[in-house]
Design a protein around this ligand. Structure first.
Ligand code: ADP
Length: 179
């Protein structure tokens, strides 16, 4: 499904974050050391090849809520934006740190003049953040940050499961501008 907000197309799709060839950047649900791991991170490093881990090494460590940008290496995308989401129940306040991931990623898009970015559901896998509140934070942060981004024209949420997709779609549909 798609929604237009501030002349930007926001969409939710079911799929694999490494298979989004029409996006300028994909976002990695990274670990603090920016090393290949499981989940999204493992899939991105496998698809990008060893050059990605090499480029990441001098940028690490990053703290919860922080985002850094690299090239896409063997991925079809020019850039990867690595975000460290909060570990649920450990890194607090979780909602503020998760929002910071999305905001910092969008700031990097703006700084690099990117037109499109695809996000996975940061922190909802190994880091244990429940999907519904994570979707609320993700969608609210992206939609409220859009007015400050002049370059972005498309933002895509890529969800692995049908249940996660349904949740994101509902939250996106129901979202109302707080301003
Ligand atoms: P975190 O450590 O931030 O929790 P994970 O990578 O463990 O990150 O999971 C984040 C979310 O991404 C989970 O909902 C998981 O199901 C999903 N996911 C895992 N692999 C992929 C993939 N290749 N593409 C898109 N989403 C994925």
């Amino acid at each position: 499904m798609k929604r237009w907000q501030d002349n930007v197309c926001i969409e939710c799709v079911q799929g694999d974050i490494t298979q989004q060839p029409d996006m300028d950047a994909i976002v990695n649900a990274a670990n603090g050391a920016l090393l290949p791991g499981g989940g999204v991170c493992g899939a991105i490093h496998r698809a990008a090849g060893p050059g990605l881990a090499q480029e990441c090494r001098p940028l690490a460590p990053i703290r919860p809520g922080q985002a850094v940008i690299t090239g896409g290496h063997r991925l079809p995308n020019a850039h990867v934006i690595h975000c460290l989401g909060p570990v649920y129940g450990v890194d607090e306040p979780a909602d503020i740190l998760l929002a910071s991931c999305y905001r910092e990623a969008m700031t990097l898009c703006e700084q690099h003049g990117l037109l499109s970015v695809a996000f996975p559901a940061i922190s909802t896998g190994i880091f244990g953040y429940p999907v519904e509140p994570a979707a609320q934070v993700a969608i609210n942060t992206v939609l409220t940050t859009l007015p400050a981004c002049s370059s972005l024209k498309r933002v895509r949420f890529v969800l692995f499961s049908d249940a996660d997709l349904a949740c994101y779609q509902r939250v996106l549909n129901e979202w109302k501008n707080p301003g």
